[in-house]
Design a protein around this ligand. Structure first.
Ligand SMILES: Cc1cc2nc3c(=O)[nH]c(=O)nc-3n(C[C@H](O)[C@H](O)[C@H](O)COP(=O)(O)OP(=O)(O)OC[C@H]3O[C@@H](n4cnc5c(N)ncnc54)[C@H](O)[C@@H]3O)c2cc1C
Length: 589
């Protein structure tokens, strides 16, 4: 097998991977970035609304208010030290992005344009803040292109269109590299490194209706599970309130930030019933549930009464064209509707994973030792949506993910540089155990049995997505999840039997989808076991059979291990770094 050596290998070329890579390359580390798609096609490119920072360019602002909003938005499950760190760094890191060349929209005075987003406040909940820095409604596109260009300039090595199969561990269980597949040729290669960083993004392809790119299948999370490490808070999946109904594409919260209103079949702007103060700009879990309730109670729109309407027709068409060109385009392309003069059908759609690979503030992957004490894993880092540090707790605020990926992308890289410079590293003389990766590759090389064509990977994935949406969607309960568990067993049996129809080497997408499906199956069981155990409703985890938040028993993060579906827990960090704690309160909007 061809082997390449690097100081650091990063899996993922989204905003998180690229921000880390830039820091490492600039510090003269040999860094390779592996991506299954060309870097600027990573899902970060699709981010629309913007990135939060208390710049105060439009209305007065303060990072401490940003911190309060993030903790409240997280339904108090976010770790307050990490949240403080992120909100404090935000102001400087957005200016840094500006200096890298991100073409932010501008105010008349030439400052970075900011728009109001859900869950944002001034003076600790008093009035709406205007905190989301935007490049029209294509902010992720602007950030990703800029970071890619900066990396090319800094000399980062790229393995474009390479698929990461599995982490490789040495005999002591330390991470020593990664096995990858060249998608173009089908060739398998080993990348050896002192550090592997996982930055593989989100995984909402687990659900039928979602906003995510087709590549968002949680591959990094699958690798971590197979390496015997846990995933944290997997019961928390964010359903964005305004996906195009029955299709799933995102219509950014920016639409409501710019003044859009949700209406039911009676034309009623119903959010006032659910969040009298902030109405349509309540946090996402609240708005998504409100829409689902309106539809369930018969006030949905259309012949099937299965959606509500997002109405921007009262807003000046010129403002829509200037500030929301991308989402206007989505309406035109996918519905033939121009939001300047027609309301758009919307329904909640799976959007973001709050859970993921547990890390500390330095991006080091964390597990629990025998006595339950958090312990970092040597040589392994995780950043971006696949990581859980946890700044979003049970519910993420819009605009906080682009922030999370650059803040912790940079912080993790700094820690790696510090460690590589100050501590002696092993010089690639350890024997690596390649058997797990080889097993997976061999599994999918098995031929079809004669005269017995099996079903396709795509059919199993489709059924998994539907099952997850029905059994563990916006609302869930013991019954829906128990029957989902049974379905998952059947799906696993089907997966065990299925064979590839295509064994060619060049661009064999069926083989990649098989690897992806295995990863999704791991996430499905992690989600359902974690969600069944959490007998309360908090943030995006909304149980019909346990409707209240239970701070006495559940101020803790769940950690799911693949072996025997074991669940362990660690407490939420309620102590910030320098300021006072924000104790849990009822969330009132
Ligand atoms: C439609 C949409 C709009 C959004 N809008 C906003 C917004 O306005 N503001 C905000 O804050 N957040 C927004 N978000 C969320 C935010 O964009 C994402 O959470 C964030 O960009 C994720 O960045 P990332 O770097 O972690 O991952 P990604 O950008 O998803 O990148 C993942 C990378 O991993 C690589 N990869 C994955 N698996 C493998 C593998 N097996 N082998 C090799 N490479 C692999 C991919 O090729 C890719 O390069 C939005 C999300 C969506 C879906």
């Amino acid at each position: 097998m061809d082997t390449f050596h690097f100081d650091v290998v990063i899996v993922g070329a989204g905003g998180a991977g690229l921000r880390s890579a830039l820091e490492l390359s600039k510090s003269d580390q040999q860094v390779a970035v592996v991506s299954k798609v060309f870097p600027t096609r990573s899902h970060t490119v699709a981010a629309q609304g913007g990135i939060n920072a208390a710049l105060g360019n439009i209305t007065e602002d303060n990072w401490h208010w940003h911190m309060y909003d993030t903790i409240k938005g997280s339904d108090y499950l976010g770790d307050q030290d990490a949240i403080e760190f992120m909100c404090r760094e935000a102001i400087e890191i957005v200016r840094e992005l500006e200096h890298f060349g991100v073409p932010f929209s501008r105010t008349d005075e030439g400052k970075i344009y900011q728009r109001p987003f859900g869950g944002q406040s001034r003076h600790f909940g008093e009035s709406q803040a205007t905190r989301t820095c935007a490049a029209a409604d294509r902010t992720g596109h602007a950030i990703l292109q800029t970071l890619y260009q900066q990396n090319i300039h800094a000399g980062t090595s790229f393995f474009d269109e390479y698929f990461a199969i599995d982490l490789v561990l040495d005999d002591e269980g330390n991470v020593g590299g990664l096995v990858v597949l060249n998608i173009q040729t089908g060739q398998v290669q080993l990348l050896r490194s002192h550090v592997v960083m996982i930055a593989t993004g989100g995984a909402c392809q687990l659900f039928k209706t979602n906003t995510n790119a087709k590549i968002n299948t949680g591959d990094g999370l699958g690798m971590v599970l197979r390496a015997g490490l846990p995933l944290q808070d997997m019961e928390f999946w964010q359903f964005h309130p305004t996906g195009v109904a029955n299709k799933g594409m995102l219509l950014s919260e920016a639409a409501r930030g710019e003044g859009g209103v949700l209406r039911n079949a009676d034309g009623e702007a119903f959010m006032v019933k659910y969040a009298p103060h902030v109405k349509d700009l309540a946090s996402r879990d609240v708005v998504a549930r409100a829409i689902a309730i309106e539809v369930k109670e018969g006030r949905g729109c259309g012949p099937k009464k299965d959606h509500v309407l997002l109405d921007l027709t009262h807003i000046d068409a010129e403002v829509i064209k200037k500030r929301l060109p991308g989402i206007r385009d989505i309406g035109l392309t996918f519905l033939g509707l121009d939001m300047c003069d027609a309301a758009i059908p919307v329904y909640p759609t799976a959007h973001y994973m709050m859970g993921g690979i547990p890390t500390n503030l330095k991006g080091q992957v964390v597990t629990l030792d025998e006595v339950g004490k958090p312990q970092s894993v040597k040589g392994l880092y995780a950043v971006g949506e696949c990581a859980c540090v946890s700044v979003h707790g049970a519910n993420r605020l819009g605009g906080n993910s682009l922030l999370d990926i650059v803040v912790f992308g940079r912080a993790a890289a700094k820690d790696i540089v510090h460690n590589l410079e100050t501590k002696p590293v092993d010089h690639f003389d350890k024997t690596l155990n390649l058997s797990k990766a080889a097993e997976r590759l061999n599994r999918w090389a098995q031929p079809q049995e004669k005269n017995h064509k099996t079903e396709t990977i795509a059919e199993i994935r489709h059924d998994l997505q539907v099952a997850m949406q029905v059994g563990c969607g916006v609302f869930r309960n013991e019954e829906s999840m128990q029957s989902l568990l049974k379905e998952l067993e059947v799906l696993q049996d089907r997966l065990d039997l299925v064979r590839l129809h295509d064994h060619s080497n060049a661009f064999n997408l069926e083989r990649l989808e098989a690897f992806e499906l295995e990863n999704l199956m791991g996430l499905a069981t992690a989600t359902v076991y974690s969600a069944l155990a959490r007998t309360e409703s908090r943030g995006a985890h909304s149980r019909v059979d346990f409707t209240e938040r239970d701070d006495e028993n559940w101020m803790k993060h769940s950690l799911y291990f693949l072996e025997n579906h074991q669940l362990r827990y660690k407490p939420v960090t309620t102590k910030p770094l320098t300021v006072e704690t924000f104790p849990p309160k009822a969330r009132v909007y």
